[in-house]
Design a protein around this ligand. Sequence first.
Ligand SMILES: *Cc1c(COP(=O)(O)O)cnc(C)c1O
Length: 212
Amino acid sequence: MSLHTKTLVLNLSKNVQLVAVSKTKPIEDIIALHQLGQTHFGENYVQELVDKYQALQQYPIHWHFIGHLQSNKVKYVAPFIYLIHSVDSLKLLKEINKQAAKNKRIINCLLQVYIAKEETKFGLDETELNAIMMEFDKGIFPNVSIKGVMGMASFTSNSKQVENEFASLKQIANRHPQLQIISMGMSQDYALAIAQGSNMVRIGSLLFGSRK
Ligand SMILES: *Cc1c(COP(=O)(O)O)cnc(C)c1O
């Protein structure tokens, strides 16, 4: 990728948090981007994240978990994770609360919402999100803070469809005042996402080059 593209992405509007998605990429790539001022990095495999966290402990990095998270793996990321983007069940939320308490932390989370037309296994619909928010509002998860939503649009060149999907996520978030973070937009579609109200984008290949 050109330096120009990289510079563009690293200088997004101040209202949009860039999460540099470093999955499959080596430590050296992360350090290089960190030296350009990037401090938020995202990973989607627990083992890879833990390895990178340990290797880079001397760097002040905010680690984001963006992949599917199994309940039995929460304990590995609970000591240090900055934001979990992919909460898609009450069971997972309970486990995050438990592990956060063990680590005397409050863990920030986003609810992953299913907005694409494609068949995928992960993400809540609005009814399920509302149900989780109702449970959460009872105050039974004191070590979790639900900060917003995350969603992925369909992988399609139909930009109108992508726009509509992003707009629907923004609307869902708007109905819950505490859902302030709107994590949507990847290399392919981040500009469309920002136009629809994203304030956190997760960009990998545009920054690090394509993955194998
Ligand atoms: C890999 C990944 C990204 C980044 O994808 P790019 O197309 O490389 O920008 C963003 N979000 C999630 C959930 C991912 O798994």
